[in-house]
Design a protein around this ligand. Structure first.
Ligand code: FAD
Ligand code: DHB
Length: 391
């Protein structure tokens, strides 16, 4: 097999890239280890920045999104039993964020790719990349017991944090920057209407809690738990009673409860590699960087990376110039580090740390008080939350 761009991974980064390349008239083959059912059902992100939403709509894959999404004009920060609204409309000149599940985005992108009759290889085994410094790098894999090879001009490593692309780069090339947090998020999906119109970020002495949603009937709820927590020690009753404690507020608000139908624990990490490229391979999304989920930047960063990558490939195929490809990392990393800073800041402000002492708690509460009372501070939060400008 031969193509122009070989894409490893059919997550948001790989599928958005394949879609953008197609619109530029550039051929690609996507190689993914999982099945269609698996990638279309994997529960992850849910909050899309306006730039991400605009890109999906403008490139023709936002029709169902527009029909089914929920648009939000603000969030609530809740602490000391009081809620404080951050008003995105007023603070960002009318920008919004959108709730639409990541796996729904995946379904729309897979449907578009298959409808266009373009190659999406699923359930590939033993995927590996070769010749990263050669004129024709390749992706090898096993399919139905047979070895296959896709030769290409360039490889896009979109295979997530645990993929094979980043580790295929020789030792000594990449510099890693990392922070691991002493906690994770226990996330649930419940058949219960959202308890508030907008997302509620709760700071509490027992730990952080987030109230978000997927639809008008389904709530998505997260609890801070220790990083090595066993999910089996969280029966449904315990989850609801902990959520009730951490979200309690003065007044007549009440947490809506219902049957829990999905439960998992995700670890929290900040991670970046520099550069995000080596020879003929370019990394995008979680393959190159991870943010802790507070502030919902991961998927949005993945889309921002591949938008820049697609522009660079388009310039190369139109003019033969490699200038944008050479500057790919540099351009992405400016945005990546700002999202890292924001995600780290939101995480640090809202979670309880093992090392917490009374001073740190008072400092966190002072910060929350400042962020919810100073217009300058609220604007900082709001402009980062809705998404910094693309360019
Ligand atoms: P992935 O989604 O990880 O996709 C990589 C793909 O590559 C996968 O399909 C994988 O199966 C495949 N793959 C792996 N190895 C190989 C291989 N060897 N060969 C071929 N294919 C391979 N982000 C937000 O923006 N907003 C949110 O609200 C948000 N909430 C989150 C909540 C939670 C609980 C979690 C865990 C994450 C959240 N994120 C959020 C982060 C977001 O889900 C990720 O940043 C996003 O999935 C990254 O996309 P990606 O395409 O880079 O990687
Ligand atoms: C969601 C996840 C987040 O990390 C966040 O900050 C907001 C929303 C979500 O899954 O809906």
């Amino acid at each position: 097999m031969r193509t122009q761009i070989g894409i490893v991974g059919a997550g948001p980064a790989g599928l958005v890239l394949a879609h953008l390349l197609h619109l530029h008239g550039i051929e690609s083959v996507v190689v993914e280890t999982r099945s269609r059912k698996y990638i279309e059902e994997r529960v992850r992100a849910g909050l899309l920045e306006q730039g991400t939403v605009n890109l999906l709509i403008e490139t023709g894959v936002g029709e169902r999104l527009q029909r089914e999404c929920l648009t939000h004009h603000g969030i609530e920060l809740r602490f000391n039993r009081r809620g404080h609204r951050i008003d995105f409309d007023a603070l960002t000149g009318g920008k919004t964020v959108t709730i639409y599940a990541q796996h729904e985005v995946i379904k729309d992108l897979v449907a578009a790719r298959l409808a266009a009759g373009l190659p999406l290889i699923l359930e590939a085994e033993n995927v590996s990349v070769h010749g990263l410094n050669s004129a024709s790098p390749s992706i090898r894999f096993r399919m139905a017991g047979e070895e296959q090879e896709v030769h290409c001009d360039y490889i896009a490593g979109c295979d997530g944090f645990h993929g094979i692309c980043r580790p295929s780069i020789p030792d000594g090339v990449l510099t890693e920057f990392e922070r691991v947090y002493p906690f994770g998020w226990l996330g649930i999906l419940a058949k219960a209407p959202p308890s508030s119109e907008e997302l509620v970020y709760n700071y509490h002495e027992r730990g952080f809690a987030l109230l978000t949603m997927r639809t008008r009937e389904i709530s998505r709820l997260y609890l801070q738990v220790p990083h090595d927590e066993d999910i089996n020690s969280w029966p449904d009753d315990r989850i609801w009673s902990e959520l009730r404690l951490r979200t309690a507020v003065d007044g007549d608000w009440k947490l809506n409860e219902g049957p829990i139908f999905q439960k998992n624990i995700a670890p929290m990490r900040s991670y970046v590699v520099e550069p995000m490229q080596y020879g003929k391979m370019f990394l995008a999304g979680d393959a190159a960087h991870i943010v802790p989920p507070t502030g919902a930047k991961g998927l949005n960063l993945a889309v921002a990376d591949v938008r820049i990558m697609a522009q660079a490939f388009a310039e190369f195929y139109a003019t033969g110039k490699t200038h944008l490809l050479e500057n790919y990392s540099q351009k992405c990393l400016r945005r990546v580090w700002k999202a890292q800073r924001f995600s780290w800041w939101m995480t640090s402000m809202l979670h309880r740390f093992d090392t917490d002492n009374a001073f740190d708690q008072r400092r966190q509460l002072a910060e929350l008080d400042y962020v919810t009372s100073s217009r300058a501070a609220m604007t900082t939060l709001a402009e980062n939350y809705v998404g910094l400008p693309w360019d």
